[in-house]
Design a protein around this ligand. Structure first.
Ligand SMILES: NC(=O)c1ccc[n+]([C@@H]2O[C@H](COP(=O)([O-])OP(=O)(O)OC[C@H]3O[C@@H](n4cnc5c(N)ncnc54)[C@H](O)[C@@H]3O)[C@@H](O)[C@H]2O)c1
Ligand SMILES: O=C/C=C/C=C(\O)C(=O)O
Length: 510
């Protein structure tokens, strides 16, 4: 059953008349004057025009970031001073969390309660990296009596940050916080479907005391603004989150300028439920895992593999629960699944729902929820008995659609779990610890949660294997990505008298 109450479109007060770039401390239009339409996902009508950045706008933003890097205080500040500003940013995000959630929910269709959680997580990202840079130890290596070696960390330069639309503000913060903490200056290119919340960064950073030119924002299409940022020779690295296919294009386009790259890409993550699992918790968690954030979640557990003895019971209970999920106006606090971000994405998800009808047994959902004539609404959809060669088993749908598949042995479960091109997350449900850890070792994924849903510890590596990504961010790994690490070798003894014919073999502590 879905909520069939009438859905009024909630339009936030005080929406901007246009969405601009923010370059060198000023809001500006595109040099060409070009704009693009931004729609809200409930009415699918254009509610604002956003500046469409082109190569010359990117040039301006990169030049400002470069100047702030070469001449400004930001890269040269002591960690404590940068940390204070990052903490102020966290405070300002927290103090505006309700407004951020309102705007994000309106622009992206995310349920308001979940958008609020994401805004709070954005604040936490800043607080976390503020703490980390003051706690960070310097690396030093002593070779007794011979050498003292230490590592100089230096911010890499201008960081290009390219982000997707699924939880825009939070994912921007996951890159902005470590980039700024490391002393880089940045150019952010947010997703064109959801540019609204990103423009709030400008006011927040200004109020927190971030110098002009350190943070620059250029809106626009991926193939134009994003492409120009990737190819710019004065940008030292690209941190990208988005589809695997886009990641491949960016990878190739980074090659001529030999940029550093971090890529968090798509997923088709398995949730594996063994017969000895706590079924109540497994059902709660696997429902949340694929239907929260409208199913538009990179780490969604969108394939559920269930051991045969509990398979029928699991499918029946899961489908019954999926039918009770409240679909509705994203602004309504009762809503659990809102509207998908954009009509193009809605069409893509719906096409998979139709494909699924020929590939699995439909046990919940299967189209628009009843009573919803307009807006990008999709009823939580569950297919059972899905075979591993099915497209809905193999391909990322990125919507409220899940495939359930039975298995008989641990080996079969592992083969099913690993039998896709992606490898972002995996979720294992069992009361047998040995089995859980053995499975965790063997499963091809960047992250594994045992008897838990996606609960994050920001110190741990976050990233995927196979087609799900390149490199890991999180904790010190993020700071490493945004820093160069220069080794400084100091000779203490006479070992390194330079002489032809003398050995320059390695010295190590041993
Ligand atoms: N692994 C993760 O951490 C993670 C997190 C969130 C989302 N995602 C993935 O993101 C995808 C959904 O997001 P999306 O549809 O916005 O992804 P997308 O790849 O279409 O776009 C992401 C960003 O890249 C830009 N872009 C597109 N083409 C470009 C190009 N040629 N050069 C430079 N920039 C370009 C877009 O404008 C946007 O800002 C899903 O595949 C999802 O799994 C992954
Ligand atoms: O939809 C993607 C979610 C990504 C989450 C993170 O990057 C994170 O939790 O740090």
């Amino acid at each position: 059953m879905t909520d069939q109450s009438p859905r009024t479109l909630h339009v936030p007060e005080g929406l901007p008349e246009k969405i601009q770039h923010y370059i060198d401390g000023e809001f500006v239009d595109s040099l060409s004057g070009a704009t693009f339409d931004v729609l809200d996902p409930v009415s699918n009508e254009t509610y604002v025009q956003a500046a469409a950045g082109q190569r010359d706008d990117i040039d301006r933003a990169v030049a400002a970031a470069r100047r702030a890097f070469d001449e400004g205080p930001w890269p040269r500040m002591l960690p404590r001073a940068r940390s204070r500003i990052l903490n102020r940013i966290a405070d300002l995000v927290e103090s505006r969390d309700a407004r951020l959630a309102e705007l994000e929910s309106f622009d992206s269709g995310l349920p308001i309660t979940q958008a609020l959680g994401q805004a709070q997580r954005a604040a936490e990202n800043f607080r976390f990296f503020a703490d980390l840079i003051v706690a960070q130890a310097d690396d030093a290596y002593k070779v007794p009596g011979r050498q003292l070696n230490y590592v100089n960390r230096k911010p890499k330069g201008v960081a290009g940050l390219i982000t997707p639309w699924n939880t825009p503000f939070m994912l921007e913060s996951w890159k902005l916080a470590p980039a700024l903490a490391s002393g880089c200056t940045v150019v952010l290119k947010p997703a064109e479907f959801t540019p609204l919340s990103a423009s709030l960064w400008a006011d927040i950073f200004r109020e927190a005391g971030v110098p002009d030119g350190v943070f620059n924002l250029v809106n626009g299409l991926g193939e134009e603004a994003g492409d120009a940022l990737v190819k710019h020779e004065d940008v030292q690295l690209i941190s990208f989150t988005g589809e695997s296919r886009t990641g491949q294009i960016i990878f190739a386009n980074c090659a001529p300028t030999l940029k550093g790259m971090s890529m968090e890409l798509g997923g088709k993550s398995p949730a594996v439920v063994f017969a000895d699992a706590d079924l109540d918790r497994a059902i709660d968690s696997t429902l949340f895992g694929v239907f929260s954030l409208n199913g538009e979640r990179c780490t969604a557990g969108s394939r559920i593999l269930v051991e045969r003895p509990v398979y029928d019971e699991f499918v029946e209970r899961y489908a019954a629960r999926a039918k009770r999920i409240v679909v509705g106006d994203p602004h309504d606090p009762k809503t659990e699944v809102g509207a998908l971000v954009h009509p193009e994405h809605y069409e893509k998800v719906m096409s998979y729902v139709e494909i699924g009808k020929g590939e699995g047994r439909l046990v919940a959902g299967g189209g628009r929820p009843e009573g919803f004539e307009t807006g990008n609404y999709v009823a939580p959809t569950v297919f059972a008995d899905v075979k591993p060669d099915a497209r809905i088993f193999q391909e990322e749908i990125f919507g409220p659609v899940v495939a359930i598949t039975p298995f008989d042995t641990d080996e079969e479960a592992l083969a099913l779990a690993n039998g896709v091109k992606y490898g972002l997350a995996a979720y294992i449900w069992t009361s047998n610890l040995e089995r859980a850890h053995t499975f965790a070792q063997a499963v091809e994924s960047g992250m594994v949660w045992l008897n838990s849903h996606n609960v994050r510890d920001l110190r741990t590596p976050f990233g995927g294997v196979k087609a799900s990504g390149l490199g890991h961010e999180g904790g010190y790994r993020s700071l490493d990505f945004y820093s160069d690490q220069q080794a400084v070798h100091i000779t203490l003894g006479e070992v390194h008298t330079a002489r032809f014919g003398a050995s320059d073999a390695a010295v190590t502590a041993g």
